[in-house]
Design a protein around this ligand. Structure first.
Ligand SMILES: [Fe+2]
Length: 382
């Protein structure tokens, strides 16, 4: 692969960022400005968008002994075009950090991507049998350390990256924790219920809608929003049923058109947060029968591979010839796998996990690893 070098056009505030300040983002005494590590988004064979957060100075309000503080956040983005396909680029963002990313190949060269979900940094009170006796922040950090030993073309986060979508402090923590991985690859976010359709998330991840698609080599990736009927208007409460219906129909129409337009791809991956199949009794209440009725027939028609999140464990299922992967928790409290679906659930483990897919033309393999990097499952998908 050809190596290229460019300087991301970070503003002066970015230059003020230091490694020390990045490590102190959880300290309420810290004051701005500082930035998060840049992340690479919307990467195509010819372009990439670089996004990062800038924090202003803390603002406090007081009434007697009661003190509240907040800080302004700005999302900064810049886009580079005229990139070459199948190429490793390095970037230099000054003191905010250096990194690299790959552009997707035009031809069917092999590639790898990682999938993880439910990182929910810092919001875990317990784990099953206190498996790791650490909090969610620690699990997420450990997971990132393990995943960073890989060299993926990109990472898909299957949603619930943080606990509260509009909480800017949580996103600073998220980017602080994920920096070792994000500095070496591209990222695509699937919107979960905890992203809560927050405008900040749309802005940071540079997606005007919560569903989108992209190509990597000769594979096509479709990201759907399974949360249309949960939380649609983060700042103003739940949307009305007619608004939900309109959004569902728009997304469904787009899904059908995108599938048809890309039916010649070697593989179609369809990623959405809410799983089609679950081996967790507690999570059965969350299943969407509308997804079963209206998305699954399309998934089967186009023989797609399904990637899901939401469950706080690792699961792999197969139904009507379709492979379903649930990536596992990367920080959220583990949930039991106490209700496997007969004939459908192929593997289910109450484990913190990430999965690695290797794609070589029409050939797809999957390996799953725990937080320590121990392989816990593998599958020849096709
Ligand atoms: Fe979720």
């Amino acid at each position: 692969m050809t190596m290229h070098w460019f300087h991301a056009a970070l503003p002066m505030a970015a230059v003020l960022a230091t490694a020390a300040s990045a490590q102190e983002t959880r300290n309420p005494e810290v004051s701005g400005p500082f930035v998060t590590s840049p992340v690479m988004l919307n990467t195509s064979s010819a372009s990439v968008t670089v996004s990062w957060l800038e924090k202003g100075a803390d603002v406090t309000v007081r009434q007697g002994a009661e003190v509240q503080s907040s800080f302004p956040v700005e999302v900064r983005k810049t886009t580079f075009t005229h990139l070459k396909p199948g190429t490793v680029y390095t970037y230099d963002a000054g003191p905010a950090g250096k990194g690299k990313f790959k552009t997707p190949p035009l031809v069917g060269q092999p590639f790898e991507f990682l999938m993880y979900a439910e990182s929910r940094n810092g919001n875990v009170s317990n784990t099953i049998e206190q498996q790791d006796k650490t909090n969610g922040d620690d699990i997420h950090s450990q997971m990132i350390a393990t995943m960073s030993k890989e060299d993926p073309d990109f990472v898909m986060h299957l949603g619930d990256a943080i606990q509260t979508g509009p909480d800017q402090q949580e996103w600073f923590d998220f980017f602080r924790i994920t920096a070792p991985l994000m500095r070496k690859t591209n990222v695509a976010l699937v919107y979960g219920n905890h992203e809560a359709n927050a405008p900040l998330v749309h802005d940071m991840f540079n997606q005007p809608k919560t569903y989108y698609s992209f190509n990597w080599g000769t594979s096509h990736f479709i990201v759907l929003d399974s949360e249309y009927d949960r939380v649609r208007l983060a700042q103003a409460g739940k949307s009305t049923e007619s608004e939900q219906e309109k959004l569902w129909q728009e997304e469904l129409t787009w899904f059908k058109e995108d599938l048809e337009a890309n039916k010649g791809a070697d593989n179609i991956f369809v990623a959405f947060h809410l799983p089609v199949h679950t081996a967790t009794a507690y999570k059965r209440r969350d299943r969407s029968f509308r997804i079963q009725r209206e998305w699954v027939p399309l998934i089967e028609k186009y023989n797609a591979i399904v990637l899901n999140g939401h469950e706080h464990n690792y699961q792999r299922a197969q139904a009507n010839g379709i492979h379903y992967f649930v990536t596992g928790s990367a920080g959220a409290s583990l949930e039991k796998v106490d209700w496997p679906e007969p004939g459908i659930t192929k593997k289910a483990l109450a484990a913190f996990a990430y999965t690695k897919f290797r794609v070589d033309g029409k050939h797809v393999t999957m390996e799953a690893f725990d937080v320590h990097g121990k392989k816990i499952d593998e599958e020849n998908v096709r």
